[in-house]
Write a protein that binds this ligand. Structure first.
Ligand SMILES: NC(=O)c1ccc[n+]([C@@H]2O[C@H](COP(=O)([O-])OP(=O)(O)OC[C@H]3O[C@@H](n4cnc5c(N)ncnc54)[C@H](O)[C@@H]3O)[C@@H](O)[C@H]2O)c1
Length: 201
């Protein structure tokens, strides 16, 4: 969504995602809008991939103007049902993905000296924690805290930062999210999908 809105306002884009089909579809829509696009399959949790992606971007432009750290996944599970592998997975994407985005793209924005803006996507679960989103809320509170502190720091460089905390929005996240324990059942998944559809945001 951020990519399409930015393109509509005349921006050229660099985009990444783990999902190659989704990435190709977004790229096509952006190119059809007349924009120049550089897209690459990247796992935001993977430090080496993010470093390589940022290097490739900075070979093309001195710095990005707008950095959007959006990639995220969901996990519905009690604390007891959450495996350590689940924790690594969700922290790697939801928190370290944002850290990697800021770490590899911000220095060039600061060095260029032309200002800019960072958008980090947290969640309503980034300031109101509720069962069964213990692990998810952990990551989103962290993104919120990171963003609030970083916003103050970036002020000196005329770089703004917005942290977005959406509520329930009907997106494919309902199908990609993991469920554990009582949430690892097809009826629980169906309930989640239908609940998001009913809200219809
Ligand atoms: N939908 C909601 O109700 C809701 C509410 C609050 C916050 N959010 C947050 O909004 C952001 C966007 O989510 P969405 O609802 O649009 O879901 P979405 O599934 O449509 O978008 C998430 C994107 O992240 C990508 N992604 C997942 N893991 C990745 C990885 N390791 N590396 C690179 N890309 C990866 C997915 O392929 C997908 O394109 C997420 O951070 C999510 O936590 C969503």
């Amino acid at each position: 969504m951020a990519a399409l809105w930015s393109a509509a306002l005349g921006a050229d884009l660099v985009i990444c995602d783990l999902d190659e089909a989704g990435l190709a579809e977004t790229e096509k829509r952006l190119v059809d809008m007349g924009r120049t696009v550089f897209s690459q399959r990247v796992d935001v949790a993977d430090r080496a991939q993010m470093r390589a992606f940022a290097d490739a971007v900075h070979e093309r432009v001195p710095a990005v103007d707008l950095l959007v750290n959006n990639a995220g996944v969901g996990l519905a599970a009690s604390f007891a049902d959450t495996t350590l592998e689940d924790r690594d997975w969700i922290v790697g994407i939801n928190l370290m993905g944002v850290v990697h985005g800021c770490h590899f793209f911000l220095p060039k924005m600061i060095e260029r000296g032309g200002g800019g803006h960072v958008v980090n996507v947290s969640s309503a679960a980034g300031f109101v924690a509720a069962e069964p989103l213990c692990a998810y809320a952990t990551t989103k509170f962290a993104v919120f805290g990171l963003s609030e502190a970083l916003q103050q720091e970036l002020h000196r460089n005329a770089i703004g930062l917005t942290v977005i905390c959406p509520g329930i929005i009907n997106t494919p996240i309902t199908r990609s999210s993991r469920g554990r324990g009582v949430f690892d059942r097809s009826d629980a998944r169906q309930e989640l999908v239908e609940g998001y559809e009913r809200r219809n945001y």
